[in-house]
Design a protein around this ligand. Structure first.
Ligand code: ZN
Length: 207
């Protein structure tokens, strides 16, 4: 693949899709944007080898199809119309040439830790809004614990206070799971969560 396309999911140059509107919005009597969700619906992106690599929005997936970069593997039963064509709205697309996926190393950030831990306190296993979660150093900082993927977990304030400057064992806590860096494996778990409602994704994600 062309080196300039290294991050091959980004179109270059930009293709405008101004003429493409959901069928329902295009027909008379429907105010524009009456079904904005069609273009925002999630689409599973597969590598040329059928390996799931990403989730994108219908709008973005259509760009890849129109550019000939990807082909639709699964569609849902909606059509969108450009000036020339009618296109089935994709549910799963596959890149036509293999894209090397580097070992994903996401930035260590509060947002990504909460995403990895799915906004769930890793001690009491309850889910919270992000604003009600803090980050806990499993091995306390005061005892040499580092700020790393492996030592930071999402934690509610109640558990954080109870744990204090102790290890989980000392505090009588059990970690829901061993914290790991955000990897492609983690991404795939998230894809499964997103795709849980779409039957057509299943065969690509659960194997
Ligand atoms: Zn908790």
């Amino acid at each position: 693949m062309d080196q300039r396309h290294k991050n091959g999911l980004r179109p270059r140059p930009k293709i405008r899709l101004g003429g493409v509107v959901p069928e329902s919005a295009a027909s008379k009597g429907h105010p524009a944007g009456s079904r904005p969700s069609v273009m925002q619906a999630p689409v599973l992106v597969l590598n040329a080898t059928f390996e799931p690599i990403n989730v994108t929005a219908v709008r973005r997936a259509l760009v890849l199809l129109l550019k000939g970069v990807a082909q639709a593997e699964e569609t849902n039963h909606t059509e969108v119309h450009s000036t020339k064509n009618a296109i089935q709205v994709p549910s799963v697309i596959r890149l036509l040439s293999y894209r090397h996926i580097p070992q994903q190393s996401r930035a260590l950030s509060r947002k990504n830790i909460l995403l990895r831990d799915r906004n769930t306190c890793q001690f009491c296993t309850r889910a919270f809004p992000a604003s009600e979660l803090t980050l806990d150093h499993v091995m306390p900082r005061s005892r040499g614990g580092r700020s790393s993927w492996e030592n930071l977990v999402a934690c509610c304030y109640a558990c954080n206070n109870r744990k204090g400057d102790r290890t989980p064992e000392e505090a009588g806590f059990k970690l829901q799971r061993r914290p790991r860096p955000f990897t492609l494996h983690t991404s795939r778990q998230l894809m499964r969560l997103i795709g849980n409602r779409d039957e057509k994704w299943r065969k690509y994600l659960f194997y």
